[in-house]
Design a protein around this ligand. Structure first.
Ligand code: ATP
Ligand code: MG
Length: 396
């Protein structure tokens, strides 16, 4: 490694965004800086077509993992910058081929400086012939090369790189607005959160706790899950709702088979109240069609009664196995499967309805002044900031 090592970052999907592109790149640049803030030697050059990160002696392998987890980044490469001397480039390409031990290769040259004395094709041929002359066991394969040697001739330097590391794709977090995610501590809601973030949505989170029926470990679990999601969004606001009183009231005034339905209605109403007072544009949940009685299409329709805020359900069509696979990849699975009592499991009912009727829902809702209790509960909400570093508590 030398001091002119750098990372070339590409941002595929963003380039289709026309006039919004500047904002995308600025956001992506600042998200990358935040994700890599532990590496203090890095310097950045943010341009319209790429972001260049100068390593200044930092080990690329250490930067690789956190960089690959920044949403909005298509791919990146560890590149070496040279003065515009073709002999030096040839020598370096030869070393790359020797070190790689690959059987086939292809050279790809791009010239952004059209005045450079060699054409792209000439550079490809000259570099390839040096490699072919020195290494007997390697051949050119133009269709499916094992080793790709990329040479970019720019106005001031020549970049050379081999591998491309895949990024997550999607959009930089924050570019698509802000949403309030209902997070439960199960497997689904952290995965749904990740998918929202990957689409560029900044999340705030809300959790309904029912102390003393739910233990402190549940909150620890929620913290641990959100810490994992901090990789994608370094600062996440968490609202913790004391839900016990409301839940008890629901069980007092509704039939057992409707208790879960009414509980969902209350969760959404409180979430909407929080969302509107904190400028979250939509709600999001980890619901998946048909997973349980409260997630049939009929139930979904019933629990949204009277809620005039859009609810995004990224996992609506996902199978449990697909969801588990993603949760393993993002590191939330092991935390999610820790045993815990959710506020829903505490008051489990044997025969929850899968086809709630509107008139019955309305009737149960009219049996008590739920609006006042929602307001009281809303005032008792606790707020925390879960960040990469410390957890700060704050007044609501
Ligand atoms: P998950 O769906 O996260 O695996 P779960 O399966 O225990 O957890 P469900 O009963 O399927 O949860 O609830 C569906 C969705 O409702 C959750 O994905 C989450 O968005 C929301 N939800 C359920 N319980 C809570 C809670 N205690 N606090 C906040 N949101 C909740
Ligand atoms: Mg679920």
């Amino acid at each position: 490694m030398n001091n002119s090592d750098l990372i070339i970052v590409r941002f595929g999907e963003l380039s289709t965004k026309g006039k919004n592109m500047k904002d995308f790149i600025r956001k992506l640049g600042s998200n990358i800086k935040l994700a890599l803030s532990d590496f203090d030697k890095l310097t950045y050059d943010i341009r319209h077509d790429h972001i260049y990160i100068n390593l200044n002696g930092t080990n690329f392998d250490l930067v690789k993992k956190p960089l690959s987890l920044v949403p909005g980044l298509l791919s990146f490469s560890h590149a070496h910058a040279f003065e515009r001397n073709l002999d030096v480039v040839k020598q370096f390409a030869l070393e790359m081929a020797l070190k790689s031990n690959k059987k086939t290769f292809k050279v790809f040259t791009k010239r952004s400086d059209k005045l450079f004395p060699y054409t792209s094709d000439q550079i490809n041929r000259e570099v390839a012939s040096v490699i072919l002359n020195k290494i007997d066991s390697i051949k050119v394969d133009v269709h499916n090369p094992e080793l790709e040697i990329h040479i970019n001739v720019r106005e001031d330097v020549i970049y050379v790189y081999a591998d491309k590391v895949d990024g997550l794709g999607g959009y930089p977090v924050g570019i698509a607005g802000k949403a309030l995610m209902l997070i439960s501590g199960g497997i689904d809601s952290p995965v749904a959160s990740f998918l929202m973030m990957k689409r560029g949505v900044k999340l705030e989170m809300i959790h309904f706790a029912a102390p003393p029926y739910t233990s402190k470990q549940v909150i620890t679990k929620i913290h641990d899950l959100i810490h994992k999601l901090n990789i994608f969004q370094p600062d996440i606001k968490l609202y913790i709702v004391p839900f016990t009183e409301l839940q008890k009231k629901i069980y007092e005034v509704t039939d057992r088979s409707y208790a879960i339905t009414i509980m969902r209605v209350m969760m959404l109403r409180i979430a909407k109240r929080v969302a509107t007072s904190h400028k979250d544009i939509v709600l999001a949940t980890g619901e998946s069609i048909g997973q349980v009685a409260s997630q049939t299409l009929n139930s979904i329709r019933a629990i949204e009664r009277g809620i005039d805020i859009p609810i995004i359900r990224p996992l609506a069509t996902y199978d449990k196995l697909e969801i588990i696979n993603i949760s393993k990849k993002i590191g939330t699975y092991e935390i999610s499967i820790r045993p815990f009592e959710d506020c829903c499991t505490i008051f489990t009912v044997k025969d929850p309805t899968t086809r709630p009727h509107f008139d019955k829902v309305d009737e149960f809702l009219s049996r008590f002044d739920f609006n006042s209790l929602i307001e009281k509960t809303f005032r008792e909400i606790k707020v925390e900031h879960i960040t990469n570093e410390v957890k700060k508590e704050e007044e609501f």
